[in-house]
Design a protein around this ligand. Structure first.
Ligand code: PMP
Length: 399
């Protein structure tokens, strides 16, 4: 096999996608109008497929903080955190994250992806075992794989499946790492964290929760699902990202364990990459304050989520059992999912099309998300567009 022949599969995929009337992987946003609207294919489009849950990407205070940092501190650090890339603001953000979570230790990474690689490769090595939810994000899987640890995947959100695998590990269970998420980003379902904590209490294990999508949305202070369920003392590591509710880019890990301080010396994805630029740190710090005072934003996003969810139930769409700002609409038929997605786009509604093998269970999905930045009128427009498309395409109850 030649070096380049491995691209044959990618070439075939590209050719299939390019032959579609609109290639779902090549959407270009030519202008961003606001936190909830953009110009796509020449028309004003409501963005109903982002992770901008609190709508902070256009927050005036975040923007001025970023602008001030650019002017005062320059465009980038040009170095690793372990060399010239630790500015006092990186440390301030780490302190603020620790205070926000009410945990003693916090570490900032350049992306959410590298936070997961960085923590997992530092925690695990070839002699370790890791139990990973089968719908865990690619970065969690990649981090586990990169560590060389033995990976046991258990059925999505299934505490019994986890218990079975832990029991088979015997003595080793107490040192096994359990990796789950809070809110899952494709179907919008939440982990049964209390039950996972009970399993951990029975068999042992160290629990890491990726709150990438739950930060800002759940818990009285917006800390995430762990706070919502009052499990702060039962979880060992929380990882997350700045690229969703915080509206910037970067990642973090917080923990009660002092060993997190030593991860800096043991984590190649932390050491061998440049640190986040000052403007990113500044907007993130400002956004974290907004999350902390974010009761109003949370009320707004949940109001929008409930409104959309109820409308989808009314339409008889195949969606998950609980309300959340992320709603995955499942389709048996991939062609139908694609046609509906394209129709929605032509009506000025951008959603995420998730086709096999990316969608769970090999099905196809249209992922729809709402944010605190969507007005009620915009949510109504999303609903009207779905109504029209579902009727025309014979989807749900209206057919
Ligand atoms: N964890 C989860 C659960 C995610 O969904 C994502 C990104 N979608 C990441 C980590 C990676 O975060 P980032 O895109 O900020 O690198």
């Amino acid at each position: 096999m030649s070096l380049f022949s491995k691209f044959d599969a990618a070439a075939a995929l590209e050719s299939t996608l390019s032959s579609m009337p609109v290639n779902p992987t090549s959407i270009v946003i030519s202008n961003v109008v606001s936190a909830s609207e953009a110009i796509v294919n020449g028309r004003t489009t409501i963005m109903a497929g982002t992770n901008n849950y609190l709508g902070l990407t256009f927050d005036a205070d975040c923007i001025s903080a970023g602008q001030a940092a650019l002017a005062e501190t320059g465009t980038g650090t040009t170095g690793s955190r372990m060399a010239n890339g630790t500015y006092k603001e990186h440390l301030q953000l780490e302190d603020e994250l620790a205070v926000f979570f009410d945990l003693p230790h916090a570490m900032v990474f350049s992306t959410g992806y590298s936070a997961n690689l960085g923590i997992l490769t530092a925690l695990l090595d070839v002699d370790d075992s890791v139990l990973l939810d089968s719908e865990g994000h690619a970065s969690l899987y990649d981090g586990c794989r990169m560590s060389g640890a033995k990976i046991y995947r258990f059925k999505h959100n299934d505490p019994d499946g986890l218990a079975k695998r832990l029991s088979r590990l015997g003595e080793k269970a107490k040192d096994a790492l359990i990796v789950v998420e809070g809110l899952y980003s494709v179907r919008g379902d939440c982990a049964p964290l209390k039950e996972f904590v009970d399993v951990k209490a029975q068999y042992g294990g160290i629990l890491l929760v990726d709150e990438a999508h739950s930060l800002g949305l759940y818990g009285e202070n917006g800390r995430g699902l762990v706070e919502e369920y009052d499990l702060m003392n039962d979880v060992d590591f929380i990882v997350g990202t700045f690229s969703k509710s915080l509206g910037s880019i970067g990642g973090f890990c917080v923990s009660k364990h002092p060993q997190l301080k030593l991860v800096r010396y043991a984590s190649r994805p932390y050491i061998f990459t440049a640190s986040p630029s000052p403007s990113v740190i500044a907007t993130t710090r400002e956004a974290l304050k907004k999350v902390q005072q974010g009761q109003g934003l949370r009320e707004k996003v949940w109001r929008n989520a409930k409104h959309l969810y109820e409308a989808f139930v009314e339409l008889g769409l195949d969606i998950g059992p609980t309300v959340s700002p992320v709603i995955g609409v499942s389709f048996q038929d991939r062609e139908k999912a694609f046609s509906c997605w394209q129709d929605l786009l032509s009506l000025g509604i951008y959603t995420n099309l998730i086709l096999p093998p990316a969608a769970p269970d090999g099905g196809s999905l249209i992922r729809c998300s709402v944010t605190a930045a969507h007005s009620e009128t915009q949510v109504d427009s999303i609903i009207s567009a779905f109504k029209k498309v579902c009727k025309e395409r014979n989807v749900g109850r209206l057919n």
